[in-house]
Write a protein of this length. Structure first.
Length: 631
């Protein structure tokens, strides 16, 4: 039966031959014991695990395996399990005398510590365990992990031994190197030389087979200092395969926590690895073994064995190898993800703006959309109100014009109807008096009577005119306290569109806390509106358009309101008749607006007048008694 240690590319040493013979003997003894004592496997094993690690204490790979192994035991074991860990550091200590010393050391150390299961981590650890098992743990099941699959080629495992293997084939790393380096022609092998490979058992044979495909640069027997110099000047069509660790200046195993980091800092070409713990140190990646997966698989096998299942009934399985790469290194070497092996995992991606600020971006977009919706709604609402204001203003303007026309028509009809009879009487009496005075026989009495009738008709006509004028006199019905400032602001809202359309600037100087006046607010509003519209129309052809409205309280407790424009002003010759009925300076005017304004103001006990502006235009002013003053 072939021995685990007796491999073609590793010359057998005396200790290895001894271990091979003892392993064969152990297999025979355990096989016979299994036949003669079938019930022995059913005995309850001690709840303890001896973890024999061939690596050094600081090895990240084995430390990750044990951490996952321990956590899985704690999570799934119904009872506590004691674990003992021995780091044998075969990379620096591997002589036959060392193994003999280890046997004596373990015999004494675990004399009073029963071991239920022995876990061997690595191919060299499995060799040692098989060597020591008959003398130290003859009844203990053995579970191996992280063992090169080639170490078991042609080997028949003894009874009660099982575990997991790892595929450590350099051909896989070369395939990855071809994907990372297009046109690959050579590979540089960095790490322990073949005769010191305690993990990979057939490195020499694999290198020999690769030599027919690519040029192989063997850098496995160099110190770290010389190695950094070599990897810093490799040709562009090269890649580095790290099978580490490496030697230091004295050809002692390099003790850095992660030698791959030191190599990557000096290398000018991508580095391919086979251990997951080496990712993130500057290497490109590779098809790597996962220590957490190995640790978990080993712990689950140990739980089955501790529960009473024979290790011989548990088949040996191969740990999965996963292609994993460093995104930062792929970017450094301009490697497209499309070139990577199928199912590759890419780590260490730099998060984009979306990944870093996803919540803030979503919130900002939502805020912008909400603000946009509000702005659109406000614009639509503004347009709707603008249209409504235009419609209302047009309707009010039409109503105002129709009211003026109706009032003028009614006034004209009333005057014509009421005055026509006295005038006819005057005409008739004047004709009669003329006849009596021109008759052949003068009749003074009849002429006097006709003249008296003329006088009475004229008086009657005067009364009619006075009655019509009385319509504009003060009427106490419907009078209320009126805030003049509020009326002014209301009128400005009504004419706002006209002001904006004509580009007229508005200046208001309204005294605060003005007392109210007693009057009809509709009539007073009509006065202010009429004066404001006249001012707006007067400035239609001017370059500077300013409407100034001022309110104040005079010393004699009267409210003074002035409306000033920057129009062409009023001809001084027309100032005396500007408020007379039917007088107008506008082509289409009726001459009734200012006359009505004067009638309304005078009907409220006030007075109205006009004067020239300070620089240009006109100032229409009126005063009204306050509520207190008027009472």
């Amino acid at each position: 039966m072939p021995c685990l240690r007796d491999l073609p590319d590793r010359p057998p040493a005396p200790s290895r031959m001894r271990a091979c013979n003892m392993l064969a003997a152990a297999g025979i003894v355990l096989g016979v014991a299994g036949i003669l004592c079938p019930a022995a496997s059913a005995e309850q094993l001690p709840r303890s695990v001896l973890f024999l690690d061939q690596f050094e204490v600081a090895s990240p790979f084995s430390a990750a395996i044990y951490a996952k192994f321990r956590s899985t035991l704690d999570a799934h074991s119904p009872q506590p399990v004691s674990t003992y860990v021995e780091n044998m550091d075969f990379g620096r200590f591997g002589s036959p005398q060392f193994e003999t010393a280890l046997e004596a050391f373990f015999r004494e150390k675990y004399r009073d510590k029963p071991v239920g299961v022995v876990v061997a981590l690595g191919s060299a650890a499995l060799d040692l365990t098989m060597h020591l098992r008959p003398a130290l743990w003859s009844d203990a099941p053995i579970i191996f992990a992280a063992v090169d699959e080639h170490a078991l080629d042609g080997v028949e495992l003894p009874t009660n031994v099982t575990g997991t293997t790892t595929r450590l084939n350099l051909a896989d790393s070369v395939a990855v190197a071809r994907a990372v380096v297009p046109g690959l022609k050579r590979i540089a092998i960095v790490g322990d030389p073949p005769d010191r490979q305690y993990i990979r058992r057939r490195v020499a044979a694999q290198l020999e087979s690769l030599a027919s495909e690519v040029e192989v640069l063997d850098l496995t027997n160099l110190s770290m200092k010389h190695l950094k110099t070599r990897v810093a000047s490799l040709p562009i069509d090269s890649a580095i395969i790290y099978i580490g660790p490496v030697l230091d200046a004295d050809h002692v195993a390099y003790t850095s926590h992660n030698p791959a980091l030191s190599i990557a800092q000096a290398a000018n070409r991508p580095i391919i690895v086979q251990a997951e713990t080496q990712l993130g140190t500057g290497v490109a990646g590779g098809i790597v073994a996962s220590p957490t997966s190995i640790g978990e698989e080993t712990a689950r096998i140990a739980l089955r064995v501790l529960a009473g299942e024979s290790a011989s009934n548990i088949p040996v399985t191969a740990s999965a190898m996963t292609p994993i790469f460093d995104w930062r290194q792929l970017k450094r070497w301009n490697v497209s993800a499309d070139r990577l092996p199928s199912g590759s995992e890419v780590r260490f991606r730099e998060p984009g703006i979306w990944d870093q600020h996803r919540v803030q971006i979503v919130a900002a977009i939502a805020a912008v959309l909400l603000q946009t919706a509000l702005i659109v709604w406000l614009l639509l609402e503004h347009r709707r109100r603008h249209v409504a204001e235009i419609t209302a203003r047009n309707a009010m303007s039409e109503l105002y014009q129709m009211n003026r026309l109706a009032t003028a028509g009614e006034l004209s009809a009333s005057i014509a109807h009421e005055v026509s009879q006295p005038l006819m009487g005057i005409v008739t009496s004047a004709a009669a008096a003329s006849r009596w005075l021109t008759a052949k026989t003068l009749d003074v009495d009849k002429a006097r009577t006709a003249l008296a009738q003329i006088s009475r008709a004229a008086y009657r006509a005067s009364e009619v005119i006075a009655g019509v004028r009385g319509m504009f006199q003060r009427d106490t019905e419907g009078t209320v306290p009126v805030d003049m400032n509020r009326l002014i602001l209301t009128v400005l809202k009504i004419v706002r569109i006209d002001l904006e359309r004509r580009g007229i600037e508005v200046e208001t100087l309204l005294a605060q806390s003005l007392p109210c006046v007693t009057g009809n607010p509709i009539q007073l509003q009509q006065v202010i509106l009429n004066l404001a519209m006249n001012a707006i129309e007067a400035m239609h052809s001017e370059q500077t358009r300013v409407l100034r409205i001022k309110s104040e309280l005079t010393q004699d407790d009267r409210i003074h309101v002035s409306i000033e424009d920057t129009g062409p002003g009023i001809d001084p010759s027309n100032l005396g008749r500007i408020f007379k009925p039917l007088f107008t300076t506008k082509a289409g005017g009726m001459g009734m607006g200012l006359s009505i304004c004067r009638s309304i103001i005078e009907g409220h006990g006030g007075q109205i007048w006009v004067s020239a502006g300070s620089k240009a235009g006109s100032i229409f002013q009126f005063e009204l008694p306050t509520r207190t003053h008027g009472s």
